[in-house]
Design a protein around this ligand. Structure first.
Ligand code: ZN
Ligand code: ZN
Length: 1062
């Protein structure tokens, strides 16, 4: 490697070749070592800082009782230097001499050990300047106003001065007492160590790189993080200068988005990251009129309780439609006043008929509770409707009371499915009077869950009709989605729906930015780009400092935790604990209590920043935000628009930034930003033809009241067949629940998929201290736990790092301890999916090959992990965890031997081709999110030694969660999707694969093992399309490794299985 030329100090001539500096082993001598090369100014300055620090610390440690907290040391160092000592400077020293400099937060009670010793020593009469924490001179160990588990920042030098006794832990060991000459020697030794370290760094810095910059970058990882600075807890401002830095502007004083963008463009770090900017102009409010004016008392209630004196266009249109007994869906922006759309018609209905009832459905309990309070206030302000009772029906309140007294209930579909419908006899009066069923956030009900909800609503409509009420009006609201009325029709099973999408609410001016992280080095693009994470958190800090309230959306929990960790580090480094105290992470997996607390903080406007997964996409009301940053393109165009919609309020400007990842899909939008705004949104998927789902709900429906074949008007054409084959028929021709589902069929039908077992993660950091008990940090589903909780791994919780000490797979419990580490870990794993038994076989049209459906065994093994810092692998660790085995259903297509031979003769790696062909197929299957395939990992495929794990040449797909019937669907449509995938790969203009052909955003192994031509050969082979071997280029393979694929064995079908014709 080329070394940086360091000018030789003795000659002072830069033409001389660089002398190799002494290594630290040689420097153990006693002579004083001066810089032997001319150091850049930065390092000469760093030496001054080090010397000052060295002097202060040596003096302090010669007084054995004194604990060296950073604020105290800093004061003395600043006295010597005559200038401020920044936290980041110390971190740079720590990065340079990681073993010598100890710089970290420790619990205050550990510090007290020093203080107690100190008071004893002081009584013995020794006088010394007091560097201890408690500089007021109090000898008491109890510090007033200090919390028990508060942490303090300690700065010390730690080395084994004499002998080899180990430092048991930071701040715990008492430094040995020393004579003045010993102290002097100590100072010299440490100065030498510093000099050597700088010389080493300079000589090891590659040409073209700046050693100072490298050190500063490395220092970022050494900024200590206060484990107690969880955001909400007001943090003691340790940086004396922070308080008089800048005050964060309030919401009204913040600069405009336009000003901020211009300011960004003037920053030194701005390198044309903004590749696209568009401004959506502000929109005036548009009022609508009601066909029939509201009664005086309703008008009064709206004025008094909501300050509403007129209605927006979409509100009026929806209320008019509901008055005409039409089913309605309103699909407009966030915060366009949708709740009025349910509330006003309800008030009208109650005025007309005091015995009218209504059900309001929300996806979460929290939302339902907020909305109930809002409606209560409105009723309270409405003369004549004071007495109307409203209740949450979520399992927490006694049922009987609610049924008898409430006119309106706020609930969710889980309750309707498992509690209301099975007890329809108790609910007859309520359901008989039901005038309105309102379902908020209708876009939430899609995919597997939505497919179940569609059947629950069919059961509900059938029961209502049976109690003599076929007239209920259905109204729903959703975020902006594709084809809203189509979605509502499918979910509710109704023919006519009024669709309202014209948004009459005012909105402020909104800027959209597409932000592409810059190259690390413009001259060397092969080094890649800066990480999207650091760009996004950098932007977030920049905005928050200007009083702009930001939400940062991350795609997965781990990214959410990493972003929070980065923010902690960076804000601590800048001394902006005032901002750090106003940032919170929010994601699934936190306890209900934590989530509720964060929502309240956010809603009350106490937060400046939220780092969230899309758990927050759901209408949790978090109040007003000014900016949205998306870390990576979210899962689809609809998600992009919904997330962007979280920022902005009436009459104020707002900002949405997409920070692009390196993934192909992100880079697509960097190159074609128009697509973000013009591409149609993905249609929501509701599967109305899944026999598995329908059968489950028929078993439930038959218990609610026996079924007849006339019920196909609710459940569709599959009803007859399912009744005959799955239910029990009585003499009169009625169908009843099959006995194996009794007595509670709803318990057999899990509408949210199978509930997974969970691992409890227990924080044992403080166990052993008095009054400390283990605390459960969170509970993690087994499918995640396997990849996130393994011994020696780093687990992140609210941006803090924990080390997993022990995992018990029997008790499903893991013990973790808090540890500030500057690396993360990433699991090394593989999953084998093996076909076990064939239940169905289908021929592929015009092809001799078949598709098979049957039982599969799935085995996942986590065999180790990587330690990673700044995307660099520090260490590769092997671990031994039991395999996770489960059974499921799936379907598969075997790669013909002739195709395998052809690929091998041309130098293809069959594993690459198979992996890519699988993803190509899944890219064209609508329910692909419910399916998995066996992803191929680069570490396994390109291993230098030959692996024993040989995999069959097979495209295999299985159900990832529960029994949704998606694999049966996939099997039914396998051939046509094969053809679509083939056409897409063949016609895709990309060179080596992209998200439109063979790459999948859901790939567990980042699509690293892939081959576009290989995939095409397999797809053509299966479809029996002609392949001209001469037209296939020979593959020149650079990577080493062995073939990991063997020919697939035929999986024996169960008795009586015949090949179905296509
Ligand atoms: Zn492509
Ligand atoms: Zn994959």
């Amino acid at each position: 490697m080329k070394r940086k030329e360091v000018p030789n100090a003795t000659t002072g001539s830069s033409n001389q070749p660089a002398k190799k500096p002494r290594t630290s082993t040689k420097a153990k001598g006693k002579q004083k070592q001066e810089p032997q090369v001319i150091w850049p100014e930065y390092f000469q300055d760093l030496l001054k800082v080090f010397k000052a620090l060295n002097t202060v610390l040596a003096f302090v440690s010669s007084r054995k009782h004194l604990a060296t907290t950073f604020p105290v040391v800093r004061k003395s160092v600043e006295g010597l230097l005559k200038r401020p000592l920044e936290l980041s400077k110390v971190a740079e020293l720590k990065a340079l001499l990681p073993d010598l400099v100890k710089f970290a937060y420790i619990p205050r009670n550990e510090l007290r050990i020093h203080a107690e010793t100190a008071s004893q020593v002081q009584r013995s009469g020794r006088k010394s300047p007091d560097f201890s924490l408690n500089s007021q001179g109090s000898s008491s160990s109890q510090l007033p106003g200090m919390e028990e588990d508060e942490h303090v920042l300690v700065l010390e030098f730690a080395e084994n001065v004499k002998g080899k006794e180990k430092q048991p832990g930071l701040g715990l060991s008492l430094p040995p007492a020393m004579s003045p000459s010993q102290t002097k020697k100590l100072i010299e030794n440490r100065d030498n160590r510093f000099t050597c370290a700088v010389n080493e760094l300079l000589s090891a810095t590659p040409a073209g790189d700046d050693a100072a910059r490298l050190l500063q970058a490395a220092a970022r990882d050494h900024i200590p993080v206060n484990p107690k600075a969880k955001g909400l807890i007001p943090t003691q401002v340790e940086d004396s200068k922070a308080s008089d830095k800048t005050i964060i502007p309030g919401p009204e004083e913040r600069p405009s988005v336009d000003e901020v963008i211009r300011e960004i463009e003037e920053q030194e770090w701005y390198k044309n990251q903004i590749v696209d900017r568009r401004t959506i102009q502000a929109r005036e409010a548009r009022q609508g009129t009601l066909d029939e004016p509201l009664s005086e008392s309703i008008q009064q209630a709206l004025r008094n309780s909501r300050k509403i004196s007129s209605l927006y266009l979409h509100q009026a249109a929806a209320i008019n439609a509901i008055s005409n007994k039409k089913h309605v869906i309103v699909s407009t922006s966030t915060a366009s006043g949708k709740s009025v759309i349910y509330q006003v018609p309800l008030l009208r209905l109650l005025e007309e008929d005091p015995s009218a009832t209504a059900i309001f459905v929300y996806p979460t309990k929290a939302l339902a509770q907020d909305q109930r309070t809002a409606l209560e206030q409105l009723l309270w302000s409405c003369p004549g409707l004071h007495h109307i009772k409203v209740a949450n029906y979520d399992g927490d309140t006694p049922q009987e009371q609610i049924r008898e007294s409430a006119s309106v209930i706020f609930t969710n579909f889980d309750m309707i499915h498992a509690s209301i419908l099975p007890h329809e006899d108790l609910w007859r009066t309520f359901l008989g009077n039901l005038k309105l069923l309102a379902v908020d956030e209708l876009h939430y009900y899609a995919n597997l869950f939505g497919s179940h909800i569609a059947q629950v609503i069919r059961r509900f409509r059938r029961v209502c009709a049976a109690v003599g009420n076929p007239q209920t009006t259905f109204v729903s609201c959703s975020a902006t989605i594709a084809k809203p009325s189509q979605h509502m029709k499918r979910i509710f099973g109704v023919e006519e729906v009024d669709e309202i999408t014209e948004d009459g609410a005012p909105s402020g001016i909104k800027d959209y930015l597409v932000w592409d992280p810059p190259f690390v080095d413009d001259q060397a693009p092969q080094l890649g780009r800066h990480s999207s994470l650091s760009e996004a958190t950098g932007l977030m800090r920049f905005l928050m400092k200007r009083g702009i309230r930001v939400i940062l959306f991350c795609k997965i929990r781990k990214a959410c935790e990493l972003a929070m960790k980065t923010l902690r580090t960076e804000l601590s480094a800048e001394g902006r604990l005032d901002i750090l105290a106003k940032v919170m992470p929010y994601r699934g997996g936190y306890s209900q209590e934590d989530r509720r607390r964060i929502e309240n903080e956010a809603f009350s406007g106490n937060l400046l920043g939220i780092v969230a997964t899309n758990a927050l996409e759901l209408g949790v009301d978090i109040g007003v935000l000014d900016a949205v940053i998306m870390l990576g393109f979210p899962f689809g165009i609809a998600n992009f628009r919904q997330q962007a919609g979280r920022a902005g309020r009436r009459a104020r400007d707002s900002l949405a930034i997409l920070v692009a990842d390196g993934l192909p899909i992100d880079q697509h939008y960097v190159n074609y930003p128009d697509d973000l705004y013009n591409r149609p949104m993905e249609e929501l998927i509701v599967d109305l033809d899944s026999k598995v789902i329908i059968e489950g709900h028929l078993q439930c429906a038959a218990q609610e009241m026996p079924l007849s074949k006339d019920d196909h008007i609710y459940f569709g054409p599959l009803l007859a067949e399912l009744c005959d084959t799955k239910l029990t028929k009585d003499q009169d021709g009625w169908y009843h629940t099959h006995p194996k589902f009794l007595p509670y069929p709803a318990k057999h039908v899990s509408i949210r998929g199978i509930e997974e077992e969970k691992y409890s993660l227990v924080d044992i950091t403080k166990v052993g201290e008095k009054n400390e008990v283990p605390k459960i940090l969170e509970e993690v589903e087994i499918s995640r736990a396997l990849f996130e909780v393994y011994e020696g791994g780093v687990f992140m919780h609210q941006g803090l790092t924990f080390i997993v000490k022990e995992v018990s797979h029997d008790t499903k419990m893991a013990r973790l301890v808090r540890a500030d580490v500057n690396w993360i870990t990433s699991p090394r794993d593989f999953t084998n999916v093996d076909a076990k038994q064939t239940y169905r076989i289908k021929a592929i049209p015009n092809s001799p090959h078949m598709v098979f459906f049957g039982g599969v065994d799935i085995v996942t093994v986590v065999y180790g992990f990587y330690k990673i810092r700044n995307k660099k692998i520090l260490d590769v660790v092997d671990i031994d965890t039991p395999p996770w085995e489960r059974h499921g259903s799936g379907f598969w297509l075997d790669v013909p031997k002739s195709i395998l031979d052809l690929m091998r003769s041309k130098g293809f790696r069959p594993a690459e081709a198979i992996h890519s062909a699988c993803h190509a197929w899944m890219n064209y299957f609508a329910l692909a999110t419910e399916l998995r395939t066996e992803c191929k990992a680069a570490e396994k495929e390109y291993k230098i030694s030959e692996t024993k794990r040989k995999r069959p040449a097979r495209l295999i797909f299985y159900e990832g969660s529960g029994k949704s019937g998606s694999s049966a669907q996939g099997f039914d449509h396998a051939s046509e999707i094969l053809r679509k995938a083939h056409n897409a790969v063949e016609s895709c203009p990309c060179a080596e694969g992209c998200v439109n052909c063979i790459h999948s955003p859901g790939c567990r192994e980042e699509n690293k093992v892939s081959s576009k031509i290989g995939a095409l050969i397999i797809l053509r082979g299966l479809l029996n399309l002609e392949i001209n071997p001469d037209s296939i280029p020979d593959q020149v393979d650079e990577a080493t490794g062995f073939d990991t694929i063997i020919e697939a064995d035929y999986i024996r079908p169960v008795d009586g299985v015949k090949v179905e014709s296509p």
